[in-house]
Design a protein around this ligand. Structure first.
Ligand SMILES: Cc1ncc(COP(=O)(O)O)c(C=O)c1O
Length: 381
């Protein structure tokens, strides 16, 4: 029996050649030619005014949190159903978190719960586009219509090359962040990017990014020496990793097309049996062009999940789940401003199973997973 892994990163194009070129060039620290090239490609894809390649999406979110100058009386609204980093970055800068529930269609932030949570302490709202399908951004914008002081921070870790009403994901916040972790559509092992959409943020962000110094202004000839100016850290990635990322981004069309085929393959193979068995598949609202990041199913009941996953494991099919709701986690309780109720997050996170999803997954493997899943759901019902 051949095993179908959950994820299988691929060498998609010129990664090895570009890494060799970066090594030979001698410029292996951050800000080198490949960082600039990848930055240009990401700016083109998202409309960003400035792209700062970072060591991770977590680091990009931390940089956003620093830009917000948060204090202990400030709160940031974060969906409970997300990765820890979406909240951690703001807690680390001293803010308190208000966990918001998700709406069941896109599994993104629920605007009606946001409206209930919104008070004078709220400085920012974090949007996550789960699976690369945009959350209800219009709904959030309506709720925030008379709160221009509240900053939208977009955690677009899953979203690169997706769109919402034709607007690119990664282009919908004042600050947006991307991930190039091994599990993402485009990877350099570990990596990320902060995308800035407001010119007013660019100079300060460059300082925070570069150890609190105005070194980038110095390289641009804007100052005659550089020195310590502000808080910050060392956020940049090596040009070796940027070389790898550049090669991946060059293959964007091919990677996205192949991932789209995997997604639609699952959706087609599962549509009828899922309807019969009460299994819910991802919903793609008309406004959304997905980024084809992952495929999940929602089982009819939470108690079935370990049984279904075990049965698939025995068939050589590796699956996983997402996320332990943050409002129920130790860290979530410790860093939240007050307890909030997020029943949809709790329900969905207990029933969700992610299926194997990677660029080179073949149609035959997709069918094998789909058949295996349906057999497992039937036999555990
Ligand atoms: C929604 C979301 N945000 C942020 C991250 C963190 O990304 P990174 O590993 O690049 O820090 C993840 C990781 O999977 C994620 O799913």
């Amino acid at each position: 029996m051949t095993v179908i892994p959950f994820n299988a990163p691929e060498i998609a194009g010129a990664e090895l050649e570009y890494v060799q070129r970066a090594l030979a060039s001698g410029h292996t620290s951050s800000g080198g030619p490949f960082s600039k090239q990848a930055g240009r490609m990401l700016a083109e894809a998202t409309g960003a005014k400035e792209v700062l390649l970072t060591t991770s999406c977590t680091a990009a979110l931390e940089l956003s949190a620093m830009l917000l100058d948060l204090g202990p009386d400030d709160t940031v609204v974060v969906p409970s159903f997300t990765f820890t980093s979406s909240a951690l970055a703001f807690a680390r800068q001293g803010a308190k978190i208000l966990f918001c529930d998700i709406e069941p269609e896109t599994l993104g932030l629920d605007p009606s719960h946001l409206a209930e949570l919104l008070d004078d302490s709220v400085r920012a709202v974090v949007l996550v586009h789960y699976a690369g399908i945009a959350c209800d951004v219009d709904g959030v914008r309506r709720v925030l219509a008379d709160r221009p002081d509240v900053v939208i921070v977009e955690d677009a870790a899953h979203g690169l090359y997706g769109a919402y009403h034709g607007e690119p994901l990664g282009g919908l916040g004042r600050y947006s962040s991307l991930s190039f972790h091994e599990t993402k559509n485009f990877t350099c092992g570990e990596g990320g990017a902060l995308l800035l959409h407001d010119d007013a943020d660019v100079n300060r962000a460059r300082v925070l990014y570069d150890k609190g110094t105005d070194r980038q202004a110095f390289f641009l000839g804007q100052v005659d020496k550089y020195s310590w100016r502000d808080t910050g850290s060392s956020f940049g990635i090596s040009d070796l990793l940027a070389a790898c990322l550049t090669a991946q981004l060059e293959q964007a069309d091919s990677i996205q097309q192949r991932r789209r085929r995997v997604f639609t393959g699952y959706a087609e193979a599962l549509a009828d049996p899922a309807a019969e068995l009460g299994v819910r598949l991802p919903v793609v609202p008309d406004a959304c062009d997905p980024a084809w990041h992952l495929f999940y199913v929602l089982l009819p009941s939470a108690h079935q999940r370990p049984l279904v996953m075990k049965e698939l494991q025995e068939q050589g099919i590796r699956t996983t789940f997402h996320y332990v709701p943050l409002h129920t986690s130790d860290g979530g309780r410790r860093f939240s401003a007050r307890p909030t109720s997020c029943p949809v997050s709790s329900d969905i996170s207990a029933r969700l199973v992610r299926l194997p999803f990677y660029n080179t997954l073949t149609p035959e493997q997709v069918d094998r997973v789909a058949t295996g899943l349906i057999d497992a759901v039937r036999s555990t019902s």
